[in-house]
Design a protein around this ligand. Structure first.
Ligand code: HMG
Ligand code: MG
Length: 316
């Protein structure tokens, strides 16, 4: 039987901020990562090395990595779409003094593709097959440098361009990413339309080819099913969940989709359960600190936290 330890991958600084219209100062992005680390989060996706023409909000990720507080043992993955992105990471790592005792700027990249050609075209300007061909040497190059590589499959339930997705395609792409060298594959309901029954069916299909210990769930909350989908994924053996503080987020290439499931909502829902969330504050992640961070970053963006637990637990 699977362990009852649940790992949270906080994607707020990347998925959460990539869709914002206004310019967010590097200092705010760096402070967000710092605060999340202090709240006990063990994996924080810090940004992306993607084309600033495609996603302007992620420009400056190298500066974010150098400015933010880096805690020993905490992972700060960054999204990389191609060789150019990996080269950016490699150059940054080369600027770190070799005698430094500080943790590295990052020790992990995330690569990403999708379960439909239409979405892959919108997000990476290529096909699924070609994206895999291009990502293979990127993955090898990263592994050769001692970086961990995480893979994403987007649109695992529905595609904004082609509708219902064939879960066999999800299985094949997830398997290809594992075979390439990814230590984990995150399955993205990018559109946020999935229901628990669909998540269960999709996971059982993927599990035919990929061990469930290598899978993570990444659920956007457009239709309000994301917490239910998290619980469903856990009951099907998944033990890593991507979440976003304050419920921030959305993909620029998935029109109308809202943010990821809020970290606060998942932490709240798992209280008093058979599961224990791993973290660095008293062995877990501090829920009240996350609520405060959700409000802080939302106010930086000129709005209120959309986390339901965050709204209920707001410090007054
Ligand atoms: P392209 O236009 O086919 O490629 O885009 P290109 O080689 O012609 O490059 C276009 C320009 O970008 C060029 O600049 C390149 O130099 C530059 P120019 O010569 O015109 O001045 N460029 C770069 N600059 C910085 N870093 C780079 C880089 N690469 C090229 N790495 C490309 C292809 C892959 C670049 C583009 O499609 C891209 O950047 N896509 C990323 C899209 C993205 O970040 N999407 C959001 C993240 S994925 C997501 O949110 C889903 C997820 O959350 C899971 C889920 O919810 O499903 C993970
Ligand atoms: Mg996403």
């Amino acid at each position: 039987t699977a362990s009852n330890i649940v790992n949270i991958v906080e994607v707020g600084p990347r998925d959460g901020l990539q869709n914002e219209k206004g310019v967010i100062p590097v200092s705010v992005k760096a402070e967000l990562v710092t605060r999340l680390g202090r709240a006990g989060v063990q994996t924080i996706e810090a940004g992306s090395f993607v084309s600033p023409k495609w996603v302007p909000q992620m420009a400056g990720t190298a500066e974010v990595l150098t400015q933010m507080e880096r805690l020993p043992g905490v992972h700060y993955p960054v999204l990389v779409p191609n060789q150019r992105g990996l080269d950016g990471v490699t150059s940054l790592l080369a600027t770190q003094p070799t005698d430094s005792t500080a943790p590295p700027f990052t020790d992990e990249i995330s690569i990403f593709t999708a379960a439909t050609d239409a979405f892959t075209r919108a997000n990476l300007n290529t096909t699924i097959a070609d994206s895999l061909t291009r990502l293979e040497p990127v993955t090898r190059g990263a592994l050769d440098q001692g970086l961990r590589v995480r893979g994403y499959v987007s649109v695992v339930i529905a595609c904004p361009y082609t509708g219902q997705v064939d879960y066999v395609r999800v299985r094949e792409v997830a398997k290809a990413l594992v075979d390439m060298g990814c230590y984990e594959v995150s399955l993205g309901d990018t559109v946020g339309m999935g229901t628990p029954a669909q998540i269960a069916e999709m996971l059982e299909e993927v599990k035919k080819d990929v061990d469930v210990s290598l899978l993570a769930g990444h659920f956007h909350d457009t239709y309000g099913t994301a917490v239910a989908n998290v619980l469903t994924a856990l009951s099907h053996g998944v033990r890593t969940i991507d979440t976003s503080v304050g419920g921030l987020g959305g993909c620029p290439y998935s029109p109308g989709a809202t943010g990821n499931v809020a970290t606060e909502d998942v932490l709240y829902a798992l209280q008093n359960s058979e599961y224990k969330v791993a973290g660095n504050v008293n062995g877990t992640i501090d829920l009240q600190k996350m609520v405060d961070i959700g409000w802080w970053i939302s106010e930086q963006l000129g709005r209120e936290s959309v986390s339901r637990a965050g709204r209920a637990m707001r410090a007054r």
